[in-house]
Design a protein around this ligand. Structure first.
Ligand code: KIV
Length: 288
């Protein structure tokens, strides 16, 4: 899937280190994602919100999502509903400036696209223009297919997020698993097909029963990416801080913790605090 892509336009990006043939030949493009076949190795996706984390994640990932989960992960909000366009733009820029390999996608925040396709287009142009990202993700259902169509016609690549949509948490009274009945599965398939027909290059499925994810994934040609949606998807995504064990208050069932960073950081900081209080840091080695 990794094609040799030499995009000279990228050479002139302000604030980016100069791209050489070696460091751009591995760049994942939109075409790579669109051409992903169901039999290929699953797409590897994670969230990223900052430059230093992006540098660590980028070589391993196909897609980096600047998710509006940053509302909770970075800003300590209760949900994603209060996330603003300015937050998404600032974090989007930080990730775009540091990614060399993965495709960078940014979430459209709540309130910027749902009510009117013309407003959605204006918001999307601003978000793409100011961040320089390569795609946007919108939480949608089939009713929002015309919005996807308008964005795609205006050269804005869209990933459609269906199933459990966190921006609807207040309307739905919580985070509810989807695809529990045949009717729900059939509605989700309709949503996915309508989004694909409208031009979405991929479907993100969140919080669905395995049977639903399996049926959706085989109902569409574009790759599906799952979070809490079983291995039946064509790729997987997690919130990075969840899978690194940095979030200590609540871990959803679908998160596998690949590290215990909260503990590791806590131990390091405790050692620093002990050294400072004992006047052991800074010693001669760290003094000018
Ligand atoms: O905002 C986010 O991190 C997301 C993931 C849950 C996919 O949308």
């Amino acid at each position: 899937m990794r094609k040799i892509v030499i995009n000279f336009l990228k050479n002139s990006s302000v604030g980016k280190e100069k791209m050489t043939r070696e460091n751009i030949q591995n760049k994942i493009t939109l075409a790579d994602i669109k051409n992903h076949r169901k039999t290929d190795a699953p797409l590897v996706c994670l969230t990223s919100y900052t430059a230093p984390m992006t540098k660590i994640l980028d070589p391993h990932c196909d897609i980096l999502l600047v998710g509006d989960s940053l509302g909770m992960v970075v800003y300590g909000m209760e949900n994603t509903v209060g996330v603003t366009m300015d937050m998404m733009i600032n974090h989007g820029k930080a990730v775009v400036n540091s990614a060399r390999h993965a495709l960078v996608m940014v979430d459209m925040p709540y309130g910027t696209y749902e009510d009117d396709p013309a407003i959605a287009l204006e918001s999307a142009k601003r978000l793409m223009g100011e961040t320089g990202c390569e795609a946007l993700k919108l939480e949608v259902n089939k009713a929002l297919a015309p919005t996807i169509e308008l964005l795609v016609k205006n050269d804005i690549p869209v990933q459609a997020h269906i199933g459990l949509c966190p921006q609807s948490v207040i309307k739905e009274g919580g985070y509810k698993i989807k695809g529990k009945t045949n009717q729900e599965i059939s509605d989700l398939i309709d949503d996915a097909r309508a989004c694909e027909k409208a031009g979405a290059f991929s479907i993100l499925i969140e919080g669905t029963k395995e049977a639903a994810s399996r049926e959706i994934s085989s109902a569409v040609k574009v790759p599906t990416v799952g979070i809490g949606a079983s291995p039946a998807c064509d790729g997987q995504i997690l919130v990075t801080q969840d899978m690194l064990g940095m979030i200590t208050d609540h871990t959803p069932k679908f998160v596998k913790k690949y590290s215990t960073l909260a503990e590791i950081i806590g131990e390091a900081v405790a050692s620093y605090a002990k050294d400072v209080r004992a006047r052991k840091f800074p010693d001669d080695k760290y003094v000018y």
